[in-house]
Write a protein that binds this ligand. Structure first.
Ligand SMILES: *Cc1c(COP(=O)(O)O)cnc(C)c1O
Length: 498
């Protein structure tokens, strides 16, 4: 099983090389050269398995230069009862007939990023052992809030690894900020930047692909890698939970083998929904992939018209982890749908970098619209949805999940498609207490963050996750903030490189 770069097919890497490197040197993303297939018999065999076993089955197919024992050891170290609260880290909650919410936020940082970032450090350790010849790995992360914390928590005190996180100063929720600035561990660094997520992400990408910076790090015995979903090792564990959801629906008799399901995903960087696409391409009977956006609806437009245009205002919304105008992982989809046309992908990505805009061919647009449905919803509708779901079903969901529920309902109404759906629930509601509380009972500006948490608990009796409750009163360790152009220097400072 080999990997190629989306921008240069002649680049070949093993899984370990792709994971250790994070991104290909010419700026492309690693993609599998062929997709492993799951037959119905393979899926059948997974029904009775634990999540760790299901993960071992799926990941082994992709991680060609890992032994099955190495994969199992990584999965078992990641998906523990201690970290995820049960042996099923991604349980389904049935909201109503045919509508299943997959809760992906039972990990230590209360967002779905833990599903990948608890295992990535283990995959990275094994990969580095195979490839990095003793170099220390420096993980550089740009975050819209949840990746940063999940990566810090996953990589803290991991041997031969350092981790540096950049987040937009005003683009994360108070809880997300506190989670990051209070991070413990000897090998961690956190810095705010004046700018939005796209600034942070493109800053990180620039540092990554700058030969001068790479050389300077190499002199110190260090090598960069990424924990963003540009890293294949971030994406591949996410494929597992969609397959696991299908197995769970079979197991509890909701569907029969071969029955189609739809999947709805609140989307930002296009990583999570791309993982669902991969599950589909492997043979899981997924019919429609429903892509839900907030007001930053660049993907809704692309998936319906074939034109990607980031030249539009950037909106700060109540679902900040989806406040993104450059969805990195779309590049992987374009590569696959074009039949591995690396020249075309490189050209489109150059147009995006130069003009902020590109249009795909009719052929690709037709493939996209056959696979995906897309919609978006604004902050008012997001809050209304949180309130309605709570009032009708007694179920409390966060702002991102609410966007997906709303867009799914629109899709179902407009299309008449009543195929059972799995909706990805990406965060615990207490991570966004202000917006969730406001949705239930109006503005709460006079309350501080933990008073909001308490008020939300009083109103809903929904349990407060311990990792959030214990943040109360903690003093921030990392208070630095820099301009986008100073990120490179901030990296040297955080690494104590002169
Ligand atoms: C990261 C994130 C998303 C978006 O996921 P992508 O893989 O970037 O599309 C949605 N919701 C939450 C809570 C997130 O943290």
């Amino acid at each position: 099983m080999m990997y190629n770069s989306t921008r240069d097919r002649s680049v070949q890497a093993t899984a370990a090389e792709a994971i250790a490197a994070g991104i290909s040197v010419e700026g492309g993303l690693f993609v599998p050269s062929t997709l492993p297939q799951l037959s119905f018999a393979d899926i059948e065999a997974m029904i009775g398995q634990s999540y760790v076993e299901r993960a071992t089955t799926v990941l082994s197919r992709f991680l060609g230069d890992f032994t099955e024992d190495e994969v199992r050891e990584c999965a078992a170290a990641a998906y523990t009862v201690e970290r995820f609260g049960s042996e099923q880290p991604a349980p389904l909650y049935t909201l109503k007939d045919g509508v299943h919410i997959q809760e992906l936020w039972h990990g230590p940082t209360c967002a779905f990023k833990d599903m990948a970032l608890q295992i990535l450090p283990h995959l990275m350790r094994v990969s580095a052992g195979k490839t990095a010849d003793g170099k220390e790995i420096v993980i550089l992360v740009a975050t819209s809030g949840d990746t940063g914390k999940a990566a810090l928590e996953g990589f803290r005190d991991a041997p031969h690894t350092r981790i540096l996180v950049f987040y937009p100063e005003d683009g994360v929720s108070p809880m997300q900020k506190l989670q990051m600035t209070t991070q413990e561990g000897e090998n961690v660094g956190v810095c705010a930047i004046r700018g939005n997520f796209d600034d942070a992400q493109s800053g990180v990408k620039t540092i990554f692909t700058d030969e001068r910076v790479r050389a300077r790090l190499a002199q110190q015995g260090m090598q960069f890698s990424s924990a963003n979903s540009i890293n294949w090792g971030r994406l591949v564990p996410q494929i597992v939970y969609y397959i696991s959801a299908y197995c769970d629906l079979l197991k509890n008799g909701t569907i029969k083998m071969g029955d189609p399901i739809n999947v709805a995903v609140p989307t930002g960087n296009f990583g999570n929904i791309l993982a669902a696409y991969y599950a589909r391409e492997m043979g899981v009977p997924i019919a429609k992939l429903i892509c839900a956006s907030n007001c930053n609806n660049v993907l809704t437009d692309f998936l319906t018209t074939g034109t990607y245009d980031r030249n539009r205002p950037f909106h700060t919304t109540v679902s900040p982890s989806m406040d993104i105008l450059i969805s990195s992982n779309l590049e992987r989809l374009l590569y696959h749908l074009s039949g591995a046309n690396d020249g075309m992908v490189a050209d489109l990505m150059k147009q995006l970098a130069d003009n902020g805009c590109y249009t795909v061919s009719d052929e690709i647009r037709e493939k996209v619209t056959a696979l995906f449905a897309a919609g978006w919803c604004d902050d008012d509708d997001t809050k209304t949805t949180i309130r309605e779901i709570f009032e009708q079903y007694g179920y409390l969901c966060d702002t991102h999940t609410a966007v997906a529920v709303r867009v799914y309902e629109q899709y179902r109404r407009d299309s008449g498609d009543t195929t059972p759906v799995v909706i990805a629930s990406t965060a615990n509601p207490y991570k966004f207490s202000a917006s969730v509380l406001e949705a239930l009972q109006g503005p709460c500006d006079d309350l501080d963050e933990f008073a909001r948490v308490d008020a939300l608990f009083e109103k809903t009796a929904c349990p407060i996750p311990k990792p959030l409750a214990t943040l109360k009163g903690k003093q921030p360790r990392f208070t630095g903030c820099c301009d986008r152009d100073d990120m490179e220097q901030a990296v040297y400072d955080l690494l104590h490189v002169r």
